[in-house]
Design a binder for this molecule. Structure first.
Ligand code: FE
Length: 134
């Protein structure tokens, strides 16, 4: 079930996000590959939106893509993200956005592992991680 949408003026986001989070989540930036700790994270748990806390990806779908960005084969539930065409940088890509706060997460590609065949290529800085209780 989708939670209530969050809308804030950009200056409010600027107050609650780090400058790197703001650059990626609100200005559709891209972090340097291999720069985020969560790229290497192998613990069981749930990845949430760093801006609004919505649950986005399960560790069960995380895989090693070799790209330097956290990669997932699926979303925890399809209504947690919005997919939209992105034609910036002379490419045609599908942007992945948090459905609750509109924050930019990354892009999705069709070269992921089975069964979905999807590769959600997500900026680590856009994510937080909630470890599953033992
Ligand atoms: Fe969000």
């Amino acid at each position: 079930m989708a939670q209530d949408k969050i809308e804030k003026p950009e200056k409010e986001w600027k107050k609650v996000l780090t400058s790197e989070q703001y650059h990626v989540l609100r200005q559709k930036g891209t972090e340097r590959p291999f720069s985020g700790d969560l790229y290497y994270n192998k613990e069981k748990g749930v990845y949430t939106c760093a801006a609004c806390g919505q649950e986005l990806f399960s560790s069960d779908t995380k895989f090693e893509s070799g790209t330097g960005w956290p990669s997932f084969s699926d979303v925890i539930a399809s209504d947690k993200v919005r997919l939209q065409e992105d034609t910036s940088h002379f490419m045609r890509r599908v942007e992945v956005v948090c459905s609750r706060c509109g924050g930019h997460l990354g892009h999705v590609f069709d070269d992921g592992p089975k069964p979905t065949g999807k590769r959600f290529c997500i900026n680590a800085v856009s994510l937080d991680f909630k470890k599953k209780p033992e």
